[in-house]
Design a protein around this ligand. Structure first.
Ligand SMILES: *Cc1c(COP(=O)(O)O)cnc(C)c1O
Length: 355
């Protein structure tokens, strides 16, 4: 799900000429972006953040291949496409792993983890919000498991959870937090962000892992980032848009934005009860709601009708959930009025006998 609706002020930055960036003015913006990202993630003293041109998957791959090698063993929580993506990354980079495989909609329990306790994994990889289903895994349970096994690096893909759901790196002992520009940050796609606590920053710097990519080398990104630069041309306009957005978030408070998203989600979740849909799964992220028709209306068909006949974009699913569900996003520049518009369209579809 995403890209999402972007506010006017930020869109306008994208329409401007792209400035030269190997200078102090741009470095200052990058340094501020790093500082604000760390603050919004509640990262401890000594943490760092780097920006990589690419989508969220680029930072998933960059962080894993720079943290682990053949001699490690990591544990992956796999409850959908994004958990599976971590497995693929480990396959490609020959990083041994075990997985806790969850069926769609299942959430993670302390028992599932405790079977490995104590363990000798060197990392725990989780997509905090598994966007395939909307399920949000319990951070407290994951944190408790990491606490008991402190040798593990706790890597959290929060691409779709950041801002929408409460995340505090320090409180939850997160070593590496991943996000990207096009979800709740609500700017155009093209930038992935890695936020690292002190311990993992030291590990990335230490260069103990064989260098396997020029472009996705986090150590190089860290070294260049010290002076507010990147090894390669950054997505300059997106970094300027990010700066505006982070300043807005920092000024308003990240909690304010989260409350806004949460309110939209609960408004939608209350009102959908009056329509022939069920909310597909439980334990959901605030960022979106997966719904399934009681009357067998295909999710993909619903997506197409809303797009073609009502100019409304919801998020279809791929794979084996293609017909079973659609996802309604609550992140980005949306208001309750947008929920009104969607329910008006549902009313119309009901009248037409299409729901
Ligand atoms: C969107 C998303 C990603 C990144 O996907 P890209 O298409 O590479 O941007 C990664 N993890 C999760 C959980 C996501 O929702």
């Amino acid at each position: 799900m995403g890209p999402v609706m972007i506010n006017e002020e930020i869109l306008l930055i994208g329409a401007e000429q792209v400035p030269y960036f190997r200078n102090q003015e741009f470095s200052n913006i990058m340094l501020e972006n790093e500082q604000l990202m760390k603050e919004l993630a509640f990262a401890e003293e000594g943490s760092r953040a780097v920006f990589i041109t690419g989508s969220g998957t680029a930072v998933m791959e960059a962080s894993i291949m720079n943290l682990f090698s053949k001699s490690d063993l990591v544990l992956i929580i796999n409850g959908g496409c994004f958990g599976q993506r971590f497995c693929e990354i480990c396959d490609i980079h020959e990083i041994p792993y075990k997985q806790i495989y969850l069926s769609y909609g299942d959430t993670l329990t302390a028992e599932m983890l405790s079977q490995y306790d104590p363990c000798d994994f060197s990392g725990l990889l989780v997509n905090l919000h598994e966007t395939t289903t909307g399920v949000l895994y319990p951070l407290d349970i994951l944190h408790a498991f990491c606490n008991k096994n402190p040798q593990m690096y706790f890597v959290v893909d929060a691409v779709s959870a950041f801002i929408a759901d409460e995340i505090n790196m320090s409180k939850s002992g997160i070593d590496v937090l991943l996000t990207s520009s096009q979800k709740a940050l609500a700017i155009p796609p093209g930038v992935g962000i890695v936020i690292m606590n002190k311990r993992s920053t030291d590990h990335f710097y230490s260069n103990t892992i064989k260098r396997k990519s020029l472009y996705l080398d986090i150590r190089e990104a860290l070294i260049n980032g010290e002076r507010g630069q990147t090894p390669f041309t950054p997505a300059v306009s997106i970094m300027l848009q990010l700066n505006k957005r982070l300043r807005q978030l920092s000024y308003d408070g990240i909690e304010t934005e989260r409350e806004k998203i949460k309110k939209l989600a609960s408004d939608f979740r209350n009102r959908i009860q009056n329509y022939p849909f069920k909310i597909t799964w439980e334990n959901l992220s605030n960022s979106m709601t997966p719904i399934t028709s009681y009357n067998g209306v295909s999710g993909n068909t619903l997506y197409n009708i809303l797009k073609d006949e009502y100019d409304i974009y919801i998020c279809p699913n791929g794979g084996d959930l293609k017909d079973k569900q659609v996802r309604i996003g609550h992140i980005g520049n949306l208001t309750i009025k947008d929920n009104d518009t969607l329910f008006k369209a549902f009313d119309s579809l009901l009248t037409r006998g299409l729901l």
